[in-house]
Every structure is written in structure tokens, then in C-alpha cells.
Design a protein around this ligand. Sequence first.
Ligand SMILES: [Fe+2]
Length: 485
Amino acid sequence: MSNKAKILVVDDEESLREICQDVLEDEGYEVVLARDGQEALRILVEDQDIDIVISDLRMPKMNGLDLLRAVKERKLDVDFIVMTGFSTIETAVQCMQLGAADYLPKPFNIQHLLVKVQKVLKARNEKQERKRLSNVVRMLNLSSALNNQLKLKPLIEEFIKHIEKNFNPSGLVLFLKSDMGRLVKTVVKGNTLRQREDIFSLIQYKSSIALRERQSCFMDKYTFNLSKKGQYDISVMIMPLISQSQEVGVIALLREDNQPFTLQDMQLLSIFASHAANAFQNARMYSKLQDFNKDIIRSYARAVEAKDFYTRGHSERVASYAVHLGISVKLTDNELERLYIGGVLHDIGKIGIPDHILNKPDKLTDEEFDVIKKHPVIGREILSQVYSLKDVLHLVYYHHERLDGTGYPEGIKGDSISPLVRILSVVDIFEALTSDRAYRRALPLHKVEKIMFSKAGKHLDGELVETWFKLVREKGIDVLRREKR
Ligand SMILES: [Fe+2]
């Protein structure tokens, strides 16, 4: 690899430039020549493939020290060897302090030059290898963080966190494409982008082009002319987010501190963007699938409620209450999901109970009540045929169990009844008591509270009853009826 390195030789003495060129080319290096610092800087800015600069110090127009300063200021990724005569030895020391890789005292023999070049190249290759490795680590960190998340909002937060940590931009904007095909400003960070409409508009315009053409956009120096304060330079990287040929969005990063982004930054951003695009797209599909599943699940519950006018909406209200109570006791997202589905489906087994018993306005006989008591068993039987619902079967089956063991169908008690089932029992009874039934009107809240507290610790989990009524008082039933998620 080292023999393919590209070297820029900068010297005002033509004969020296030519000797260096011959020797280096003989060794297989690619060589570019410049007569002074100014010409060298122009070449370096245009051609970022150059690995090493071998530069004289005393030159017209721009000397070697100023060239090195300009290279460092622009953060050009190139290693510097200075050639120094006795009279410029102090400047050579200054160059080393500024970050030059090595120096070569003049006059030098050619072997000496080659040894220095090989040494600097070896160190450069090692440095680049370390950098590549650290980029791989950064990329893996991002990808594992994104892979653990299926919800779009936390996914976006995670992505932005990684972008800020790895690129240190002074501002950024993330646009995501909506279902209608519009680019929606989803995240904006940094005062400049929030306050400077001209800069934001430029970035928005360039972002839409970048996405349309599926091409990244890189501006290492873009100058704005300010009316009073003179000029204002920004550096910008814009990367479209494309997943499986679908346009997902665009990320744009801004720097305004004289530290322009480099082409290496751009490469890393392109990897980040492709990971993020896939993760965002998966999250969207997952969310659509979940909505679809929820619609199907609700339609099951409605099929039951169609048999019984008085329980219409009961299941969805129970599900919504259960999630609110679940959030109060700090359940995980996964548990809340199960609770919601379990809530919607808990009475699905009533589909197997004859209508005349379900809708009977008078008190049920013992035989009729025995039939009603079969609904958790029937419910579990129906749902056990759906693999994806295996985690909610126990909620459906046990929702009429009581802490003291007087419930049905199994009569289990105490700790055998899981926390999720306990939550469902509390809100199921609350919903039943606060709704009209075939045999009675809805009860006022104070009566419901009295009834439920009398069951606390016997049938129902006392702490949950307390937490529930605290929530009812704080938020009101109407709020709790609305689906939280
Ligand atoms: Fe039930």
C-alpha cells in the first residue's frame, strides 16, 4: 500500500523538485510538484488524496511554516515533512511543534529522504488503521443501539444522540418523509438553524435536492455575506436516508466554528445514514403492523359486544384503564402492550355464551351463572389458536380470579395471581360498575369507590385499588377512557 502513496513536493528550486520526483517515482510513489506554499495549498484543497507533503521552508508567496498552518487550520488529512537548511532550523522546530511529522536537514542524500518517507508513511498507515477501527466501533455502537429499538420516537432520539457525539455539529436538522410524500422537519438543533432563516432555507433546499437526486451534498466552506458583520462561513454535510430504494428522509449537519467537516466525516455519516434509514423504515412498518393487529383485535372484541348492547365499548375502556394503571405502577412497554391486548380480549369467550343469558335483565339462576363462568375458558380456547397471542392467554383465563381464592375458573389465590391479572381485575370491575347494565344503571363514583374498597385485600389488590382511585381523582374518567398509546 505504501508504494502507492501520493506525495506533494514543494520547493522553489526546480532542480531539487526534479531530483525528488525522479527518486520517489522510481520507488513507485505518485508525485505532484508545487513551486511555493500558495500553489501547494491550492493543490491540497483540490486533491484530498495526497498523503505526504515534503516542503521547503523558505519560499516566495507562502513559506513552509504558513503552508503548514493553513493545512492544520483546514484540518487537511496530510502528513508533513519539512526540509530545512541550517538557517531555518528554528522554524523547523516551530513546524514540529505545529504537528509536522518529521524534518529533513539540507543538504540531504536521497537514501535519507526515502527512509524518512517510509517512516512517516508507516506511522500514517497505522494511524489510519486505528481510525478505521474506531469508525467501525462507532458504527457498531450505533447499529446495536438502533437494532434494540422498534419505536420511531426513541429511535430518532438515539440516532441524533450518536450523530451529536460522533460529529460534534453546531446544528443539525432531520427531515423525514411523511406518508403523503412531504418532507417534514422532525428535529432541529442549534441556535443558528433555529434563528437564521436564510441558512435554514438553504439547507432545506439542498436537502430536498439531495433526497430527490439521492446524492449527498458536501460544502466545506459556504460563505454568507452579512450586511454589517462581514462574512460568515459554514460547513455543511447533507445525507439522504434511503432504505431498500425507499426515500426515508434527510439528515443535514452544520458547523460554523472554522472546523469544516472532512471527507472522512462524510463517509462515516453515509454509513450512519444507511443504518438509520433501515431502522426508521422498520419502525414505520412495525407500527403499521401493530395498528393493523390492534384493528383486528378490536374487531374480535366488537364481535362479542354486538351480542350484548350493554357491554358495548366495555373491552376497549377496560384496556385503556388498564394501560393507565399499568403506567402508574411503572410497567414496561412490553407489559403495557400485553395488558392492552389482554384488556381488549378479556371477555372474548362470551361469544360462546347464549344471548338470552348474556342479555337477561333479571338475576341469573345458579345454572345460568355457571354458564357465564365458562367465558374465560372459552376465551382461552379460542385465542390459543393464535400464536402471537400466547402471552395474553393467562390474562383472559384468570381475569375473574380473586385474591382470597373465591374466583373462577381455577380458584387460585394470593401470589399465584400475576400483577397484570390483578390490574385487569381492578379496572374490569370499575368499568362494569360505572356503566349501565341490562339489570341496573351505572353507579355514581362515590358508591363504586365504596364497593371497591370493601373488596380491597379480599377480592382485589388493595394497593392497586388505592392507586386507581388516586388516578381517577387526578385525571377524571374521561381522560382515562382515552387510549394512552
Ligand atoms: Fe369477564
